[in-house]
Write a protein that binds this ligand. Sequence first.
Ligand SMILES: O=C[C@H](O)COP(=O)(O)O
Length: 248
Amino acid sequence: MRTNSRRQLVAGNWKMNGDKALVEQMQKQLAAASLENMDVVICPPFPYFGQFDSKLKLGSQNISEFDSGAHTGEVSVAMLKEFNCQYVIIGHSERRADNHESNELVALKVAQVLKANLTPILCVGEPESVREDGTLFDYIATQLDAVLLKVGISQFAEIVLAYEPIWAIGTGKTASPAQAQEVHAFIRGHLAKQDDKIAANIVILYGGSVKGNNAQELFSQADVDGGLIGGASLNPEDFLSICQAANQ
Ligand SMILES: O=C[C@H](O)COP(=O)(O)O
């Protein structure tokens, strides 16, 4: 049972997976469920955006930092709005690695999403080597500070955060509930140095090998407000059980 007023959120990041059939199955599964105490967001690849009905909240996995123009292969915030997309994942570790997205570019993209009145899901998280060498909190603080410097603490009232330890993504090696809680509490404390109220209200998701059988324990941690789900978001039954854990 939650002891704070933050509403839990579960976002399914399909990454470069899924097909038209999965869109149909997922919509059917979620339409039949009663999930009145939490929010569900699906972040499919762009080609499937038009296939989603308006009952589900839609999220994007990325966005251009530019408004429009000669940027081949990019998608703008204005285009997302035409499809009623409300959330945008920014700074996922796979984009930071595969597309060389720096903390500064991540900050520019967060600003672009906020300018369009959409909600960024800002991802932070450390590689295993950083956890091992004891610089975990500095690493997370640096990722947060780049965005704080660009948009300011007041804008964090419109942001969702996701803590995703890179070593736990797609590996089956979930952070323990205590490890997740420790970093979530650090993040909230870091923001509280600038604004107590914004820190207390911000939703912080955990991501990294969340499944139906571990979601409830992770989500019951005091500073964990739901999850950013990869692999398990491709299975409608698993994803529903994760949403149900957040709905309690
Ligand atoms: O965006 C989602 C995360 O990268 C977690 O992925 P995963 O649930 O497959 O570990």
